[in-house]
Ligand binder design. Structure first.
Ligand code: GLC
Length: 534
């Protein structure tokens, strides 16, 4: 197994970093109460250093009623007591830095928790008050105001629930997600000011970057009109005002050499790239790659579009296979439909995990060889599948707001297995963790995989340590048989066989790494990738 690559120390570290997403609640339980916490993360920093990641992105760890897994923030300057304290977060940031690992926090500017002091004050102050101007309060339509102010759809895919909730005093308030997540009014100067102070608060504590949740949703048409069939401009998605907001955020970040990664789900590459102009966000998640099916032509097109859209603005691409919102990679790739789409999620989809795992291994080598930064979601390096969650244990509001048809996102949020022979697979809990682990979880445990040179964990560790062979230049596609992707960067080649038959390898001097063994005649089997030295 290769040596871990030390984190880059130069200011451009984020351009080709490997960034590991920590879902704190499910990473490791330090105090045994069934919920992951900062103590758990601190204890596992050596694991993360050994894995070789450059930075950790923490999903929200702030004070929260956890109605949407912490994306309902009641106070940005307090750590939720379930996770620890601010002093502990500061220690964690410092200790991680000591291991060469930077920290990225998650800011959720579109909405706050209904327990946030601003929203409580707005409720108390009543209709027409200045406190309500920080949100979107409106009278209803209909003779008695009994109809919601407009027809906007919920931003939880598959949800038919309204985005407006009526209060006993007659006013309605807007929430693109759950009623416990009221949307802020970004036309209000106090909202902008407060968020810039929150950015400073965390940059002052040594964080290197900020992930921006739902980054394209903040700005709303002040008239809150109904959603037209083909709205131009859209009343709440990708509005031009956003760019001014992010330009002023960028000025704050630049004072600290901080970097942004935006959660920007937009189908139009040109509109997407606007967020990445040199005075706006540094990076954004590549959802076209994440949602792409396991198909050579489609993947190549996604890669080419990604590189072409980023080039004019000079921003590096990101490569993402999964996160806390989507189906685990090994499960998705083991299904008849290998694309990801919130709209088609269903209970009981047949899955071939052996096939999905083989493809996920190949996809890991593909993404780690591409130019740009790679995001890795906790458990991806263990090849964890999407877990089936017993109905009575489901927590995710996405499930409930779909009327029970969407399985929700808990299946990718199950507490990690660390040690096969310990209770709860070594997650650290003395009692059943907040989400139940499947019976086969111990077989994925870190301690088992660490000893096995063919495990997913060993593949990731080796690949992360080795990926610098690809240098920091562009890629050149090589001629390859149908269904095979092959490209060169620096002195190395990456070849991925997505066809149904074994493929001959291009000329090379040495096989550096394979996601699986070659066949008897030295060809690359289907659903396998190889890194070669030329
Ligand atoms: C983002 C988060 C998701 C959350 C939503 C609302 O999409 O990734 O987990 O539910 O925003 O904050």
């Amino acid at each position: 197994m290769g040596q871990p690559t030390p984190a880059r120390t130069d200011r451009d570290w984020w351009r080709d970093a490997v960034i590991y997403q920590v879902y704190v609640r499910s990473f490791a339980d330090g105090d045994g109460d069934g919920t992951g916490d900062l103590a758990g993360v601190r204890a596992r920093l050596p694991y993360l250093a050994e894995l070789g990641v450059d930075a950790l992105w923490f999903t929200p760890w702030y004070l929260s009623p956890l109605k949407d897994g912490g994306y309902d923030v009641a106070d940005y300057r307090t750590i939720d007591p379930a996770f620890g304290t601010l002093a502990e977060a500061e220690k964690l940031i410092a200790e991680a830095a000591g291991s060469g690992i930077r920290t990225i926090v998650d800011i959720v500017p579109n909405h706050v928790s209904d327990q946030h002091p601003w929203f409580r004050a707005a409720l108390a102050a009543g209709p027409g008050s200045p406190e309500r101007e920080l949100f979107h309060f409106r009278p209803g339509r209909g003779p008695h105001g009994e109809l919601p102010p407009n027809d906007w759809p919920s931003q939880f895919a598959g949800s038919t629930e309204p985005v407006w909730t009526r209060l006993p005093d007659g006013d309605w308030y807007l929430h693109l997600f759950t009623p416990e997540q009221p949307d802020l009014n970004w036309a209000h100067p106090a909202v902008r000011r407060e968020h810039e102070e929150i950015l400073r608060f965390w940059f002052e504590r040594g964080v290197a970057g900020v992930r921006i949740d739902s980054a394209a949703l903040l700005a709303k048409d002040p008239d809150l009109p109904d959603l037209a069939a083909d709205p131009e401009p859209h009343p709440f998605l990708d509005r031009d005002e956003l760019h001014d907001i992010y330009r002023s955020w960028r000025r704050v970040a630049d004072e600290y050499d901080g970097v942004f990664v935006g959660e920007v789900w937009l189908p139009d590459p040109e509109r997407f790239a606007r967020y990445l102009r040199p005075d706006e966000l540094h990076t954004a998640f590549n959802f076209s790659f994440l949602t792409c099916p396991w198909d050579a032509g489609r993947l190549r097109a996604a890669i080419d579009t990604t590189l072409a859209e980023h080039a004019p603005v000079g921003a590096p691409a990101t490569w993402v296979l999964c996160n806390h919102d989507v189906t685990r990679t090994v499960t998705r790739y083991g299904r008849a439909d290998t694309a990801f789409d919130f709209a088609t999620k269903a209970f009981g989809t047949p899955t071939d995990l052996a096939l999905g795992t083989r493809r996920a291994r190949a996809a890991a080598l593909l993404s780690l060889a591409l130019p740009g930064a790679v995001y890795l979601y906790q458990g991806e390096e263990l090849g964890l599948p999407e877990a089936g969650i017993p109905l009575e244990s489901i927590q995710d509001p996405m499930h409930f707001r779909s009327g029970g048809t969407d399985p929700g996102r808990d299946g990718c949020r199950v507490p990690l297995p660390w040690a096969a022979d310990l209770p709860y697979a070594g997650f650290g809990s003395r009692e059943e963790p907040w989400l139940p682990q499947p019976a086969d979880w111990p077989s994925y445990a870190v301690d088992r995989q660490r000893r096995d040179p063919h495990s997913m964990l060993s593949l990731y560790r080796t690949a992360i340590a080795l990926r610098r062979v690809f240098g920091d230049g562009p890629l050149t596609w090589l001629p390859a048989p149908d269904g095979v992707l092959a490209f060169a960067r620096a002195d190395a080649l990456c070849v991925v066989n997505l066809s149904a038959t074994p493929a001959p390898l291009p000329a090379h001097s040495r096989l550096l790494l394979g996601s699986g063994p070659l066949d008897d005649t030295g060809r690359l089997p289907r659903d396998t990738a190889a890194w070669l030295r030329v």
